[in-house]
Design a protein around this ligand. Structure first.
Ligand code: UT7
Length: 339
């Protein structure tokens, strides 16, 4: 008998939602700090000491977000031993869709051959995967769908100003995916907590290209189609929001941090991860970090990390995982999964 509360299944009309397969994909091309030293006024010392990042992956010019998403999805489907035709719904979390419309999820549906699936995108920036997990899980819990494919995928290199040292050293490309199903014998998602604060939307944005500021020769000349960030303010907000979200999720389940086997925080900056872990009084061995290899991959970040945690055998059946995320919007969230 679990000794923690189970907010989902304590409501009898909802069923357990399990993650029956995970997968991830990162592009082959590695961009190192040494290469960035030749592109902008930066240094390996500055990047590693201020962020922990050593390298990041960059998609090929002909590789779009839907390609990264499809590659990660194929691995998750293989892991779950299911065929594309079994998928009822595809949700892609991304801020770098292939185009404004149609959705990247529809393009993934076609590439996978998921002929029965409905498909849509959601946008919650770096928090996107936990938002998508939450949305997708409700379709399974409520008996609406049997199999939901949730993907976090980004080609951040397509919205980066490669002459801006404040941002170009931070981000990378990649994708991660999870298959959600009800497997009666398996464990599942215990809770998700989401939050947002649109009053701070200006801290991290891509100003042009939408309806408020359509792309013109002038917006392109002024670089308004690139990502912009107030790093310092974003940093402070990230730490506070991630700590609060993690605490909310734990208290909903009647858990304390020592019961968590593996904490998967959004991988934006090693210093943010360390500050969050300290405030939660987590031990370093509980916290998974791969930011040194991929940089900040936005919505893909915790999805790639979850796949690596599973592949590396860092969790066994029954272990508890805490995912905690933060991103533009502002948005934040946490999820607790009994593996
Ligand atoms: O995923 C969504 C959430 N995103 C985040 O959570 C990112 C949050 N922010 C951060 O991770 C950090 O704020 C940064 C890594 C972006 C910046 O670190 P910081 O310690 O906050 O540095 P700073 O912004 O205070 O900048 C310190 C100095 C500045 O120079 P001055 O004005 O003091 O002369 C910057 O111009 O470092 C300079 N700087 C750099 N120097 C060398 C900024 N970027 C670079 C660089 N190389 N790449």
């Amino acid at each position: 008998m679990p000794v923690f509360a189970h907010p989902r299944t304590s409501r009898p009309h909802l069923r357990t939602v399990s993650i029956s397969g995970v997968g991830s994909y990162v592009p082959e091309r590695i961009l190192t700090n040494a290469e960035l030293e030749r592109m902008v006024d930066t240094s390996n010392d500055w990047i590693t000491s201020r962020t922990g990042i050593r390298e990041r992956r960059i998609a090929a010019p002909d590789e779009a977000t839907s390609d990264l998403a499809t590659a990660a999805a194929r691995r998750a489907l293989a892991d779950a031993s299911i065929e594309p035709a079994q998928i009822d719904l595809i949700i892609v979390a991304t801020i770098t869709p292939d185009m404004m419309f149609p959705s990247t999820a529809c393009l993934v549906q076609q590439k996978l051959g998921a002929v029965r699936a409905a498909a849509f995108d959601i946008e919650a920036a770096c928090s996107g995967f936990v938002y998508a997990l939450d949305i997708g899980s409700h379709f399974v819990a409520s008996h609406t769908y049997e199999t939901v494919l949730v993907i976090g995928a980004e080609k951040m290199s397509s919205v980066i100003d490669w002459s801006d040292r404040n941002t170009c050293v931070l981000f990378g490309d990649g994708a991660g995916a999870a298959v959600l199903q009800n497997r009666p014998e398996a464990h599942g998602l215990l809770t998700t907590c989401l939050g947002s604060d649109g009053a701070k939307a200006g801290l991290l944005e891509q100003p042009a290209g939408g309806s408020a500021c359509p792309a013109t020769a002038d917006t392109v000349a002024r670089g308004l189609h690139f990502l912009r960030m107030d790093g310092k303010e974003t940093f402070k907000n990230a730490v506070n929001a991630m700590v609060t979200a993690a605490q909310d999720a734990l208290s909903r389940c009647g858990l304390t941090i020592d019961r968590i086997r593996c904490i998967i925080p959004h991988q934006a900056n090693q210093r943010i991860v360390t500050a969050v872990a300290e405030r939660l009084q987590a031990r370093p061995d509980q916290v998974f970090v791969n930011v040194e290899r991929y940089g900040n991959t936005s919505a893909a970040s915790v999805a790639i990390a979850l796949d690596e945690v599973v592949r590396q055998g860092r969790v066994q059946r029954g272990d508890l995982i805490l995912m905690v995320v933060f991103g533009a919007g502002l948005t934040w969230g946490a999820a607790i999964i009994e593996w």
